[in-house]
Write a protein that binds this ligand. Sequence first.
Ligand code: LLP
Length: 432
Amino acid sequence: MDHFFYRENRLFCEQVPLDRIAQAVGTPFYCYSEQTLLHHFTVFQQAFASCSHLICYSVKANSNLAVLDALLRQGAGFDIVSGGELARVQRVGCPPERIVFSGVGKTVAEMRAALEYGILLFNVESVGELHRLNELAGRLGRRAPVALRINPDVDPQTHPHISTGLRNNKFGIPYSQALDLYREAARMAHVTVLGLDCHIGSQLTALEPFVDALRRVLVLLGALEREGISLRYLDLGGGLGIPYEDGRLPPHPGLYAGALLAEWANTPFAQRNGTLILEPGRVIAGNAGVLVARVEYVKEGEEKLFVILDAGMNDLIRPALYNAYHAILPVARRFGQEERVADVVGPICESGDFFARDRLLPPFQEGDLLAVRSTGAYGFTMSSNYNTRPRVAEVMVRGDRFMVVRRRETVEQLMENESLFPVEASPGPALF
Ligand code: LLP
């Protein structure tokens, strides 16, 4: 459920018409509905109410401070993958015991910052990382809280770029090596083995892969128990899909939780009151945001009709990268006009710069506003400055009010860190 709807043929976000925001902040901009965000989080949270759990929202999906702050106030923890994301969750005041740190390439500096803050868990993805963390913790006079991320080798049946739980993916520790590595970790002087983690992919629309992965890791948990290694946390990652197209509905969080909890309920781990951690990203933020853009031109090609926007692939790269479908809605709905098949494209010099291809759409005209739906997750966070395009503004709506939660960048800012290399300059220590 979301809070984007038409009232008198104007598209609203909660109680604010999107055209009013466009007038105030210009286009393009991302617009987030706080109520939708919180609703999604609460539904997800409640689905796991019957067991001890921690919902660590995956910051990479949408890392705007206002988004993080709203979720934190609702009781969220966070799944981070970089020192930058750690800084963000620290900035909004997230307590360390609500942070888990994932990722295959953690640097020493990132590990140190997380150790010093005292986060809940490092989701360790390789032998090398485990050794590095142990040494560093020793040097800092600390113990590192660790979960091993296990690659369960199940097919998530999603786009290959966002599948992570197959044996040929770079993620996690191979299932066959897991037991040995747990034994080794349990003997390490500066590491406390607390958990097991697994994340198999993103935008999953079936429950079976989640259940298969859980069954596989429960077998491992059983084997660990028998060796006297008993864990406190089981982190099942994120990955639950969202509806992008009408009629193709992924399972509701309630069904997802039900399927997982059915497997989990009778395990010794659950009976000892172990804590389940989840790392949802897209399902919380995806349908809480839209990208609003203006039509610059409508161009009749020989074979196609092109609707050219002021937003481009640098603002939303999902169609180019995954051939992703995003619904497109007019901000002002008009009736009685025949729809036409068109390509909706951006101004960038690449044919991959599109939002929709061969899509039946209302007959957009120059100056019209439209909304690209389901872009609250992996929209702004994956945007870039390609073509020296400043990243767009982000706006949050709360009831009948809205606020710019990230100002539009300026071209001046984009050039700020650059310098000329003067031809006359003599080489010296200042020039490197
Ligand atoms: N946990 C870990 C360790 C992850 O790698 C991810 C996503 C998540 C949680 C959150 O997954 P979610 O619940 O959002 O599916 N850019 C792609 C998605 C990449 C997902 C990467 N990892 C897209 O736009 O579809």
